[in-house]
Design a protein around this ligand. Structure first.
Ligand SMILES: [Mn+2]
Length: 391
């Protein structure tokens, strides 16, 4: 049995106003070839298929075209929902996709059977506990939780129970084949990037990855950097394309997991980079000289200015980039070096900031001296954002 594990495609992402269509199309083409070449019989996509709950039509088209093609030569296909996905959008074609051997698991509630037998020819060769991103309403057992900490521990216990019961059902189905779990969550001690939203109330819920130890392999999604967590067999595949500038230096990968008898062989396979994201830091002169050395005109560029006169620096850098026909997606001003003057802030447009950054700047303008109060305000703001985004 050979599995390909990927996640966090974020189809339809609008990246500072730019479409990722070309990169996603190239990735899916590469993925089809890889699945065929590597003789993969099980494909797992561990959440965040789409970037938003209302994906644009071209993103849906990419998704369906890919599934139609891949199902003709890959026997088992398992798709689970992530925190970005809309349960309804993924669920609507569920029955139709089943005819193509595509299993779609959206919420993990009692109506959905997450325990899926996978086949090699006509024989069962493994079982996948296809656990999606577990939304609050699926796991929260205790309504009486009062404080944020109570709520967090109720959630984390609920999640652990959920995996335990899936494992038990898998064992009942077959005792002698590998059992694989999927998940869309943050585990303790993992590396994050700037493009993952906090998914549980109050921020990141730390799930200790130890509780995965019964499974033969755990295919995780949510974190965008490929990594393993504590054990060789508990891994994030990471996203196939860099979703933020903070990921520009991390090689994108898929994981290929092969079971041979009781042995498991895991290979990280590099994905080609379809568009370069460049981060350039420095004062005006050094940024401009680096821009002049950029050879790949298709690159998308983020600038961090360290300059005494950021407003002027911003103007000259943008003008030079235009002459060079380069695409600057963001010009940021390194804050430690910057007087917090209105002119510096005006140099940045709103779509170059995330909601938290906007809120932080607003709080900064208040000039609050009470550090505790500032912390509380930021925490409450994050809570509101995570609730709005979880809808
Ligand atoms: Mn994601």
């Amino acid at each position: 049995m050979k599995i390909l594990h990927t996640s966090d495609w974020h189809l339809g992402q609008s990246f500072m106003g730019k479409s990722r269509f070309d990169e996603h199309e190239a990735f899916l083409k590469w993925l089809l070839q890889t699945i065929e070449l590597e003789n993969i019989n099980t494909l797992i996509v561990a959440g965040d298929i789409f970037d938003t709950t209302t994906p644009p039509n071209y993103a849906l088209e990419l998704y369906y075209n890919f599934l139609t093609k891949v199902s003709s030569f890959c026997k088992n296909i398992i798709i689970t929902a992530g925190n970005h996905d809309s349960v309804a959008t993924l669920k609507a074609p569920k029955q139709l996709l089943k005819a193509l051997n595509v299993h779609v698991i959206t919420s993990g509630d009692e109506d959905e059977d997450e325990v899926i037998a996978i086949y090699d020819d006509e024989e069962i060769c493994g079982i996948v506990c296809a656990v999606p991103f577990l939304r609050d309403f699926v796991v929260r057992k205790s309504q009486s939780a009062q404080t944020m900490d109570d709520k967090e521990s109720a959630l984390s216990n609920g999640i652990k129970e959920h995996y335990k019961s899936a494992y038990k059902r898998a064992k009942e189905l077959s005792k002698d084949v590998p059992i694989i779990a999927t998940g869309h969550l943050t585990t303790l001690g993992s590396k994050t990037s700037e493009s993952e939203r906090e998914i549980y109330i109050g921020g990141t819920l730390d799930i200790d990855s130890d509780f995965f130890k019964d499974f033969d392999y755990v295919a995780l999604g949510h974190l965008h950097i490929n990594q393993r967590v504590k054990s060789e067999r508990v891994r994030y595949s990471g996203s196939p394309i860099p979703l933020s500038f903070s990921e520009s230096n991390s090689q994108k990968k898929v994981n290929i997991v092969e079971f041979i008898g009781a042995d498991v062989k895991i290979k990280e396979l590099d994905i080609p980079l379809f568009r370069k994201l460049l981060v350039i830091r420095g004062d005006t002169a050094s940024v401009i000289s680096e821009l002049e050395n950029v050879t790949d005109k298709e690159s998308w560029i983020e600038i961090h200015i360290r300059d005494e006169n950021p407003f002027h620096a911003n103007e000259s850098i943008r003008t030079r980039a235009k002459e060079l026909e380069l695409t600057l997606l963001a010009v940021k001003i390194d804050r430690e070096q910057t007087p917090s003057s209105a002119s510096a802030f005006n140099a940045i447009t709103l779509n170059e900031l995330n909601p938290l950054e906007v809120f932080e700047r607003r709080v900064e303008l208040e000039g609050l001296e009470d550090e505790e109060l500032t912390k509380e305000l930021l925490k409450s703001f994050k809570l509101i954002v995570s609730e709005v985004e979880a809808i």
